[in-house]
Ligand binder design. Structure first.
Ligand code: ADP
Length: 601
């Protein structure tokens, strides 16, 4: 039942309905433009003014004709009216300029706030959110949604309001000026405009169907040309051609159906829409001829009718767009409602938790939330004394990285606890806790920017001297100095390409700068050449000094010196001890692993 409800809600999301609930939800987005509410309000006033001023033009054109023919009930000369027109134009220009600019302030700054809030939310969300949702989708969807919202505030909302003003003022004005003709107009024109709109929408749907049919036929074109060897090997050229032919036949069929309706649409527009307009002109002309209306009034009337028709048509489109924007706010708010795992301010306000580095895993059971049926860690317990080094070894998929990720509080455990200095890690503030941990990953990813920025990532407020010191300890100073621009050398896509060993040493410098109590090392799997291997290992040894270190080891040769080796298999510890102890167990798991590594099959 719950599921089905959710599905229905999802499909409704495509075409949002205007309910009180989602208007209230959408209105909540207004909190982002609250700081600019006076600009918004003033913009609305100007919008109102400019729409009213705009409505003066048809009146003035009618008036000019009447004055020219000498049957106006006014003392203004044509010249006066010319001046008034000029004045109205200038006022209109000025008011429109201010209005557009004010709305731009609201939409640019307000939507910037939305973007900021979304970004801050996204980076504060737990890892699980990124795994459970297709983040690429979410990001592109959010980008599109924010754009819709932006359009709503910069254009659509204003246009919608303007069209409503034009419609209401126009109809009232006409009803007042020419009641009889207005009745005739109102009985015919709006109905036809609405009909034309619905018809137009139907035509657009057909046009999409035709595009789809065409796209479908192109799929088979792409498929067969890219798999041409298969087609030929199976001598299926004729078969494929026939199949493509069938698709093309379908395109023609859909296209002709579309064309028939399009043809009808132009007939409809010409016959009915213009027909209605001509009918009104005809009725008006009769009134002019029997003297119950002046020619100027008729012109005024016809121009207003055209504008009103435009407003009705525009309203429909803007209404659909506004609905789309309301749907967009819904998805934006959904993300904003997600619960974050860290507070952004903590990074600034909280000191790191005072941690010595005693780690204990107590009977930890874990499976990933995205694959809850697969047990990954199954009753894992071990302890590391402060400053000690422990290495995790085992075949790939045994659960080594998982063990490390749990210490970072990336996931919640199903059972058991991890304690640091005797305190459950869940009881630490996440940010204060993570400030105590540095990680040197297997594949070091450097951010585009300078080497300095990348090292500073470890502690953004470090001094120049500290950076240099860290680089030296990480054995990175030599190669950094060899670049003409030193620490300011750009890395990443737009800069130099660093070797694996160099990247690792930058990551080590970063970790040294952070000066954490706990260190997580994921050894690089791809081996470096002997010399880089030596400098990297040396840098790692410096880094590990005096810190509790957990090393995911891929090569057993590098972990002879650690205090404790844990052999992991299927989420359990199957052997535990120093290198000497474990190597002495004949047919032990550690020895088996060692054999696998040194005697590759
Ligand atoms: P190791 O580091 O020893 O190679 P891992 O800890 O990476 O092993 O993986 C242990 C098991 O957990 C594997 O079966 C793997 O497929 C699964 N696994 C790892 N990461 C995830 C994840 N983010 N989501 C779901 N399953 C995962």
């Amino acid at each position: 039942m719950g599921m089905r409800r959710r599905n229905r809600e999802n499909s409704e999301e495509q075409r949002p309905k205007l309910t009180r609930e989602n208007i209230r939800e959408a209105a909540a987005i207004f909190r982002f433009i609250r700081p600019y509410r006076w600009s918004f309000f003033f913009g609305l006033v100007l919008l109102f003014l400019s729409s009213l001023v705009f409505m003066i033009f048809p009146y003035l054109s009618g008036l000019m004709v009447d004055v020219a023919q000498g049957n106006a009930e006014t003392n203004y000369s044509l010249k006066d009216i010319g001046w008034i027109l000029l004045l109205v134009l200038i006022v209109q220009g000025f008011v429109s300029y201010m209005r557009v600019y004010l709305f731009a302030i609201v939409s640019e700054k307000g939507i910037a706030n939305v973007r900021r809030a979304l970004y801050e939310k996204l980076v504060s969300l737990p890892i699980t959110f990124f795994e459970e949702n297709r983040v690429g989708d979410i990001v592109s969807r959010l980008t599109a949604d924010v754009e819709k919202l932006y359009n709503a505030f910069s254009i659509t909302l204003a246009e919608f309001i303007r069209q409503v003003i034009i419609l209401v003022v126009g109809v009232l004005f006409l009803a007042f000026r020419a009641p009889k003709l207005s009745l005739i107009m109102l009985a015919t024109f709006p109905v036809i405009v609405v009909g034309a709109m619905l018809f137009g929408r139907f035509i657009r749907k057909l046009s999409k169907e035709r595009q789809q049919a065409l796209a479908d036929s192109n799929i088979s074109l792409n498929e067969t040309t890219s798999a041409i060897q298969v087609v030929k090997a199976f001598t299926n050229e004729l078969f494929e051609s026939l199949r493509y032919g069938l698709n093309i036949d379908k395109v023609v069929k859909v296209s002709l159906y579309y064309a028939r309706w399009r043809a009808l649409f132009s007939v409809f527009i010409i016959t009915f829409l213009f027909g209605a307009l001509f009918f009104i002109v005809w009725q008006g002309a009769i009134m002019v001829s029997d003297g119950s209306m002046t020619a100027g009034r008729l012109i005024e009337f016809v121009v207003y009718t055209g504008i009103i028709g435009g407003a009705i048509a525009g309203l429909g489109n803007f209404y659909t767009e506004l609905l789309g924007a309301i749907g967009a706010t819904e998805r934006i708010r959904e993300i904003l409602k997600e619960e974050e795992e860290v507070q952004l301010d903590d990074a600034k306000n909280l000191e790191r938790a005072p941690i010595e580095g005693h780690i204990s895993y107590e009977d930890v059971y874990f499976s990933y939330p995205t694959r809850s049926d697969v047990p990954v860690l199954q009753g894992l317990s071990f302890e590391v004394e402060p400053g000690n080094k422990v290495a995790l070894v085992g075949t790939s998929g045994a659960g080594k990285s998982t063990i490390v990720q749990l210490l970072l509080k990336f996931y919640k455990m199903n059972e058991g606890v991890i304690k640091v200095d005797g305190k459950n890690i869940q009881d630490y503030n996440t940010t204060a806790f993570r400030k105590n941990i540095a990680i040197v990953p297997q594949e070091v990813i450097l951010f585009g920017g300078t080497i300095r920025e990348n090292i500073l990532y470890g502690r953004p407020d470090a001094t120049e001297e500290e950076i240099m010191d860290a680089a030296k300890q990480a054995n990175a100073w030599n190669f950094i100095q060899s670049f003409p621009e030193g620490l300011d050398t750009l890395v990443g896509e737009r800069g130099v390409k660093l070797s694996g060993g160099q990247r690792q040493r930058i990551a080590i410098a970063r970790a040294i700068l952070k000066d954490p109590a706990i260190l997580l090392l994921d050894e690089a799997t791809s081996s470096l050449d002997a010399e880089s291997e030596r400098v990297v290992q040396e840098a790692l040894n410096t880094l590990m000094q005096g810190r509790t270190s957990i090393i995911i080891a891929h090569r057993l040769a590098t972990i002879r010196e650690v205090d404790q080796i844990l052999v992991i298999d299927k989420g359990q510890i199957i052997e535990q001890g120093t290198h000497e102890e474990l190597s002495s167990i004949e047919d032990g798991a550690y020895n088996t692993l060692a054999k696998l590594q040194f005697e590759p099959i």
